[in-house]
Design a protein around this ligand. Structure first.
Ligand code: NAD
Length: 387
């Protein structure tokens, strides 16, 4: 079957990192033929090697590519994504798929118009076997009814310098949020992928708590789920060394994912069943400690990109269909909305209402930033994007 001709739009940290993986021959069945960036300096390096474009519109209409990877700042995921789909191209879009729910809906409407096209999202942590295993256990019912989910994900530490490496970063106008929009889409996506969506969200975002930025860099959120389970999600880019600990409790015990291991402290008798049958005041169900095998990170970006190509060439099932990206966007939007309005938000969030609030924040933005240009090494690319 013929190779998929790819164009990469946006040649910053992520775009150039993906190109390095492609040039290193890590992906089969594709050919990189075109690149695009509005910054002419970013194009220089690729002149003569690939077709270069200063405008995504021109690359999209060039007839040179079958598919594009959208590696640009967040708001343009929607506009470039719609343009590419409407012009018959398959699309792999970076996270977040859009900045807000209403934009997600606009983007997905374009896909609905061209539903034969493959439309994936770069949720590179989905192939990580740790989360896939937890999902499998939860979905199989082995853990019983879920009662509590807590994720402390505070090891997204970013120094002040990071925020200077792009004028769009950490502004309402350029990024549409902070840690929830840039670092946490992965965790929020995994959270909904493993446990489904909560029913309500009450959050406390702190804006520019640790950095000279206008958007949130510290968040604590409380969720309630349709079955009565509760959840707490804590994140920040200001804590070092930080923690990455996912704890999920159910009728049949507790699973903790931390430090590369998954440990299930398994109740031999369900907690509620035990509670209603024991005649002792202080007894607890007997537990067995089960170490669940999972190693490596599942190949991350390379796996998602290979899967996108395989979906185009042979109809492989997508690891992360773009449409599923609306859930992580909705969770992030709901947390910001809840914090600013100081109230509990019922999901699904009203997309138009949130867009109104966000546009007000954009209008009131005072962010002016000095920026520096840097190129990430392969190791920095991997560290910036994976856990
Ligand atoms: N999946 C991951 O692991 C991961 C990790 C980090 C960032 N990201 C995402 O990747 C995307 C890009 O982030 P980054 O860190 O590479 O940003 P960056 O600032 O390093 O690069 C963005 C590039 O896009 C270019 N650009 C801006 N508008 C454009 C347009 N309209 N057309 C063409 N080019 C345009 C800029 O000139 C810049 O070179 C963001 O969505 C970000 O959230 C993903």
């Amino acid at each position: 079957m013929k190779k998929v001709r790819i164009g990469v739009i946006g040649l910053g940290n992520m775009g150039s990192g993906h190109i390095r993986n492609i040039e290193d021959g890590k992906i089969d069945g594709m050919e990189l033929v075109a690149v695009c960036d509005i910054d002419p300096k970013k194009l220089e390096k690729y002149e003569g090697k690939y077709k270069t474009f200063a405008r995504s519109e021109d690359l999209i209409r060039s007839g040179e590519v079958d598919a594009v990877m959208v590696e640009t700042p967040h708001y343009s995921h929607t506009t470039i994504g719609i343009d590419a789909l409407d012009n018959g191209l398959h699309v792999l879009v970076e996270k977040p798929v859009s900045v807000h729910v209403a934009d997600c809906e606009r983007l997905f409407a374009a896909h609905k118009r061209h539903s034969k096209l493959v439309f994936g999202a770069m949720f590179n942590q989905r192939p990580d076997p740790h989360f896939a295993k937890v999902r499998e256990i939860v979905k199989s019912g082995m853990l019983g009814e879920i009662t509590r989910v807590n994720w402390i994900i505070t090891d997204w530490y970013r120094p002040e310098f990071y925020y200077k490496t792009g004028g769009w970063r950490a502004t309402w106008k350029g990024e549409g949020g902070g840690v929830l929009m840039n670092q946490c889409p992965h965790n929020l996506d995994l959270l909904q992928w493993m446990f489904g969506m909560p029913k309500t969200v009450r959050a406390f975002c702190q804006f520019g708590k640790w950095h000279d930025i206008e958007v949130e860099d510290a968040v604590t959120a409380y969720f309630t789920y349709p079955n009565g389970a509760t959840g707490v999600f804590v994140t920040t880019t200001g804590e070092a060394p930080g923690t990455n600990r996912l704890e999920v409790c159910g009728e049949m015990g507790k699973i903790v994912v931390e430090g590369g291991s998954i440990v299930w402290t398994r109740n031999t008798v369900g907690q509620r069943k035990f509670s209603t049958t024991t005649t002792s005041s202080f007894a607890k169900p007997e537990t067995w400690k089960v170490e669940i095998p999972a190693s490596g990170n599942g190949g991350q970006h390379v796996t998602v990109l290979q899967n996108f190509i395989d979906a185009i060439r042979s109809g492989a099932k997508l690891v992360a269909p773009a449409e599923e990206g609306i859930n992580s966007v909705m969770l992030a939007n709901a947390m910001i909305y809840s914090s600013i309005k100081e109230k509990t938000v019922e999901l699904p969030l009203d997309g138009a209402e949130y867009e109104k609030l966000l546009m007000k924040l954009v209008k009131g933005s005072k962010a002016k930033k000095e920026t520096v240009s840097v190129e990430l090494s392969a190791a920095e690319f991997a560290a910036s994007a994976s856990k």
